[in-house]
Design a protein around this ligand. Structure first.
Ligand code: SF4
Ligand code: SF4
Length: 184
């Protein structure tokens, strides 16, 4: 039972709940069928693509989707050791431009219905924020509300392009060394 004086318990971007967390909300959260998830993801894709024609956020969201799905982890997560702060579970980033159909809100509780799904997890949302540009993009959209992440320090290769070049170079050198070992 939650203390009356403590702040409300709010959930987003965390494991769907298996226990009761507030006075007013009965959990667990709704479960979705494969078909529902497919339809919701199709809707999101449609809104993101059409959004490219009339809002700036869809460009940031598309960058996030592309990077989180195609960049090597070493490049994508290079800023993580420098990341500070955390998510306050306000849920505002789930309602920019349109309300994400996976966003669940009841009373003081917010949640993502697929965040921890092994098969359907939203890679872009899980990776957020993966660099200062990504973070600034969402902070601009939810302002004046805060998104309390920030960075202290920076990796050896701050830009994605430089990090990708360094990774490709390292892979190339490693491949050449292996070939040398074979022929030595
Ligand atoms: S806007 Fe920031 S603080 Fe709010 S739910 Fe999204 S990541 Fe968390
Ligand atoms: S999938 Fe939707 S509800 Fe879940 S974290 Fe992403 S934007 Fe929020």
């Amino acid at each position: 039972m939650q203390d009356k004086n403590s702040p409300p318990v709010r959930f987003v971007q965390i494991e769907p709940l298996k226990k009761t967390v507030s006075d007013s909300v009965e959990l667990p959260l709704p479960t979705l069928t494969e078909g529902q998830i497919f339809r919701m993801k199709t809707y999101i894709g449609f809104r993101k693509i059409t959004g490219l024609f009339y809002n700036k956020h869809s460009w940031g969201a598309t960058r996030r989707w592309l990077y989180s799905n195609f960049l090597p982890d070493k490049v994508l997560h290079r800023w993580k050791p420098y990341q500070r702060g955390g998510c306050n579970r306000c849920g505002l980033c789930c309602k920019i431009v349109f309300r994400c159909p996976f966003f669940y809100e009841k009373g003081e509780t917010t949640a993502c219905l697929i965040y921890t799904s092994e098969k359907h997890f939203p890679a872009a949302c899980v990776a957020f924020p993966f660099d200062p540009y990504d973070l600034a993009e969402v902070q601009r959209e939810v302002a004046p509300a805060p998104c309390p992440f920030h960075y202290e320090g920076q990796p050896e290769h701050p830009t994605t392009w430089a990090a990708l070049k360094a990774e490709l170079r390292a892979q190339w050198i490693s491949g050449v060394n292996k070939l040398k070992e074979v022929f030595d």
